[in-house]
Design a protein around this ligand. Structure first.
Ligand SMILES: Cc1cc2nc3c(=O)[nH]c(=O)nc-3n(C[C@H](O)[C@H](O)[C@H](O)COP(=O)(O)OP(=O)(O)OC[C@H]3O[C@@H](n4cnc5c(N)ncnc54)[C@H](O)[C@@H]3O)c2cc1C
Length: 424
């Protein structure tokens, strides 16, 4: 069994970002997971990012590793706001970031996580194990896909969640229905339509789609001051939510929930509108009352603004988002889950992203209930990663420069590549 100070579970933007900050702090760590997996495997080719280019950079303590730097390196025209950033380019950027700054990722899945006598024990998909004093869960949205109860239990061949797709080529010539009115639903509708689906029908619960407008890139100084560009969008509210997640965390729970529910509800990006409106069928006020499989298709009874109708599709995509629930992370032992204080599946977190179990941290979208909507986006890593790294560094310092190893040492420490020193 090898050992380390900090194990990071997940090698997406948050895990990678944290790795760079830990490295700069001289904290020994191991990072486990497939780099940029969610973006490479579970988002459709041809997708454009919803976040602005400048807000899609993965945070690092060194300069030279932003999306803008990558574009310049490749000789591509770059515009921080109002530029279309393709998924494929973002994936290349993320892998370039990883290979330059976090080359030592172990591409394994953690299949079991336990804690005994204050030490975490991880078992990995390659059969090896690792002991760690601290664990940071950076798994993104994995396992949190949410399907309305009425549609659960229908065979996957007919009904699936938007989180399950990379390529959409399978849908060529098919009749597709999509439930949802946000970016995922609308983005998929455009791609299915452009990639040869026979018919695309989007069932939107709201009375209309909220389209975001194209940001004006030629603004006066006054306009920029009165409505600044921020990670989450434009304006002072967006600025506060983008830059001060800790302030958000001090609001009471009801207020936080209200902001989360109301301020960043479903919306479609500006570049999507012309690809959806008049190109695919949209039904508003849609509420599915019943769904079943009949004659090799999904048959739904749907209430819409125009009354109840029967809607059929060869395949139904559920694009109704995600709900964080740590109990759904199957790899965490029952005993460990039971010792984490959860509110309806949401981990109670300290200001340093630590759960109620000392040394167990969560970063990324699963912390949005505490630190606000910015954590649902790559942009939030610039807050989470340095904060967690600093907390871990301070914890190590407070117990003295030499901590006892996590367990009785049988083999030399396997930390060859991560033990660099430096400060945040
Ligand atoms: C369709 C869609 C579009 C989006 N568009 C944007 C956008 O434009 N801009 C934006 O900022 N955000 C966007 N998001 C949100 C985005 O997914 C998150 O902001 C971001 O991916 C969070 O990064 P992360 O590192 O927390 O998670 P992820 O990127 O999901 O990475 C999770 C990592 O965990 C690893 N992992 C999972 N399970 C295990 C395990 N058991 N053991 C080891 N490793 C494991 C995976 O291999 C992966 O490396 C979008 C999300 C979706 C679904």
């Amino acid at each position: 069994m090898s050992q380390t100070d900090t194990a990071i579970i997940g090698a997406g933007p948050y895990g990678l970002s944290l790795a760079t900050f830990l490295k700069a702090s001289g904290v020994p760590f191991q990072i486990l997971g497939e780099p940029m997996e969610a973006w490479r495997k579970f988002m459709p080719p041809g997708m454009l990012l919803k976040s602005e280019a400048f807000a899609s950079s993965i945070a690092a303590p060194h300069s030279g590793y932003t999306v803008g730097d990558y574009y310049r390196l490749k000789g591509m025209a770059y515009q921080p706001v109002g530029m279309e950033l393709p998924l494929e380019t973002f994936v290349d950027y993320g892998l370039w970031f990883q290979s330059n700054l976090v080359a030592d990722v172990r591409t394994v899945n953690v299949v079991d996580l336990q804690r005994e006598n204050g030490i975490f024990h991880l078992t990995m998909s390659d059969g090896k194990s690792l002991a760690a004093r601290r664990v940071v869960i950076a798994q993104g949205l994995k396992g949190f896909a949410q399907t309305p109860p009425l549609l659960r239990g229908l065979p996957m061949r007919y009904v699936s969640h938007s989180a399950e797709y990379g390529s959409l080529a399978w849908a060529r010539g098919m009749d597709i229905a999509i439930v949802g009115g946000g970016q995922s639903a609308l983005g998929l509708a455009a791609l299915f339509n452009e990639q040869g689906a026979a018919r695309v029908h989007v069932l939107v619960r709201d009375p209309s789609v909220r389209w975001l407008s194209k940001p004006d890139t030629q603004r006066s100084l006054i306009a920029k001051l009165t409505s600044p560009d921020a990670g989450l969008g434009r304006g002072w509210v967006c600025h506060a939510l983008s830059e001060f997640p800790l302030l958000f965390s001090f609001l009471n729970e009801a207020r936080r929930k209200r902001i989360m529910d109301k301020s960043f509800g479903p919306a479609g990006a500006w570049w999507l509108r012309d690809r959806v409106v008049d190109k695919v069928k949209l039904s508003f006020g849609a509420e599915i009352r019943h769904a079943a499989i009949e004659n090799d298709q999904v048959v739904m009874r749907v209430m819409t603004a125009n009354g109840e109708s029967r809607i059929t599709a060869q395949h139904l995509i559920v694009a109704t988002g995600f709900k964080t629930d740590l109990r759904r992370h199957g790899f965490i032992s029952k005993e460990l889950v039971a010792s984490i204080t959860l509110d309806d599946g949401l981990p109670r977190l300290s200001n340093n992203f630590e759960t109620s179990v000392p040394g167990l941290y969560v970063i990324g979208p699963a912390t949005a209930h505490r630190f606000g909507p910015v954590m649902r986006f790559v942009f939030g890593a610039k807050h989470a990663a340095p904060r967690v790294a600093r907390h871990i560094l301070n914890a190590r310092r407070s117990v003295g420069s030499v901590e006892a190893p996590p367990f009785a040492v049988e083999a030399p420490l396997a930390e060859a590549t991560n033990e660099q020193s430096g400060t945040l």
